[in-house]
Design a binder for this molecule. Structure first.
Ligand code: SF4
Length: 348
């Protein structure tokens, strides 16, 4: 058999520079006494973002200062990402205020795009259409899972139908869709995670973030773990599951925008248990690439010998602390860098 030419399975595309604006718990039903929903079992937005809760007026003023500073340095364009709460459920008039500020800087070329995160059950089609008209480009939905068991166990306050309806509403409003999934939730399995990846692709998501479930101090999940009602996924299981899921998403043309939570000091202090690792993303990506290449190696008749790798992908092939390299050695492949953009298996 001839040498097989292969390409990296990750969808290509521009990655804009993102300026995250964290609004911890803003718009969250758990922070609103007038709404009947409780706090999601796993959530501590303040630990995740490293930001304390401030008034929305404060956030707006500090965003204006950051953008002025960026403009003064001749920086931009950046995409603004309003994260940490439910942007579409902010008090009346606030989504519009943030978008008006973004639009003013967009006109000056400082802001290139605007995205927000929110919950699927606060995606009113008319509101989304209006926000799109005010400059919103993309909505990242904190779906966490489409599994009925996992959603119920996490006290999300809605089921899979609402999760799907939220995704459809975003796309129907002409907005780009991102989805956040949380592997390893109580009541969730690896099979559920793979089904979630398929659902994201079917519903038209262009990007997915995979944030494995961690047990953070002070959350209801911490109390559940203490009482023996929950055990987080071990790191090895989370890496294997996220590697498989990443490849599934890549093959469906969906970008994996993030794997694992960023190393905020406040997050690291709050983690009681769970699969957090500083190189989680690199390790899971390396596994996804290995699975892809190993499948092609099998289809090519299990050739052995020198395996040519684009220089820029060599770190992903070798893996964090060379952990993936032995897997290629077991297939009889010896990775060698070359200047081309494709991988080349030896002839069988
Ligand atoms: S995950 Fe979102 S909706 Fe749930 S408690 Fe946290 S901020 Fe509120």
């Amino acid at each position: 058999m001839d040498a097989a030419v292969l390409h990296h399975p990750e969808p290509t595309g521009q990655r804009p520079r993102l300026l995250p604006v964290f609004l911890p718990h803003a718009g969250c039903p758990a922070a609103d006494a007038a709404r009947p929903k409780g706090r999601c079992l796993f959530c501590d937005q303040q630990a995740q973002s490293g930001q304390t809760r401030r008034s929305l007026a404060d956030h707006l003023a500090s965003l204006a200062r950051s953008l002025d500073e960026l403009a003064g340095r001749g920086g931009g364009p950046v995409d603004l990402g309003f994260y940490g709460g439910a942007f579409t459920a902010l008090p009346d008039g606030w989504p519009e205020r943030f978008l008006a500020l973004a639009a003013a800087y967009r006109e000056r070329g400082i802001v290139g795009g605007v995205r927000c995160s929110t919950r699927p059950d606060v995606c009113d089609p008319a509101l989304l259409a209006r926000l799109r008209g005010l400059g919103l480009d993309m909505v990242e939905l904190g779906v966490q899972s489409f599994s009925a068991a996992a959603l119920a166990a996490c006290h999300r306050g809605h089921g899979p139908d609402a999760a799907r309806a939220g995704c459809r509403a975003v796309r129907s409003a002409g907005l780009r869709l991102g989805v956040h999934l949380m592997p390893g939730l109580p009541g969730g399995s690896v099979q559920d995670l793979l089904a979630d990846a398929d659902a994201c692709a079917d519903l038209g998501a262009e990007a997915v973030r995979l944030h494995p479930c961690l047990v953070l101090a002070g959350t209801p999940l911490a109390r559940l773990r203490e009482s023996g009602g929950y055990a987080p996924w071990p790191l090895a299981k989370a890496l294997a599951a996220c590697g498989l899921t990443t490849l599934r998403l890549w093959r469906a043309g969906v970008r994996v925008a993030r794997l694992g939570l960023a190393a905020e000091d406040s997050l690291l202090r709050a983690i009681l248990a769970g699969p957090w690792h500083p190189a989680f993303g690199q390790r899971a990506r390396s596994r996804a690439l290995f699975l892809h290449l190993a499948g092609a190696w099998q289809a090519a008749g299990r050739p052995r010998g020198a395996f040519l790798v684009p220089k820029r992908h060599l770190p992903d092939v070798i893996g964090w602390r060379r952990e993936t390299a032995p897997r290629y050695a077991r297939l009889g492949l010896t990775p060698r860098p070359h200047d081309e953009t494709f991988f080349l298996l030896p002839s069988a």
